[in-house]
Design a protein around this ligand. Structure first.
Ligand SMILES: [Zn+2]
Length: 71
């Protein structure tokens, strides 16, 4: 349930005022998400860096297994 309705939102990176449906800040070019309850755009989750992190972790675990635990 929404308590307040916003017609603008603020960029979480540079605090410039954006339209409610803007997805990219015109000032700092960051991607911005939906407005939160404070009138500030949420920082969208960076799935690409999550995926890269998981892949490199998996590769590391695989290397440890390959190097030391393989029979
Ligand atoms: Zn910005």
């Amino acid at each position: 349930m929404e308590k307040r309705k916003f017609s603008i939102k603020k960029c979480p990176y540079c605090s410039v005022v954006l339209g409610l449906h803007d997805e990219i800040c015109f000032s700092c070019k960051h991607k911005v998400g939906k407005v939160n309850q404070h009138g500030i755009a949420e920082k969208p989750v960076d799935w690409m860096s999550y995926a890269l992190c998981i892949i490199s972790l998996a590769a590391f675990v695989f290397f440890i297994w390959w190097a030391f635990l393989r029979q």
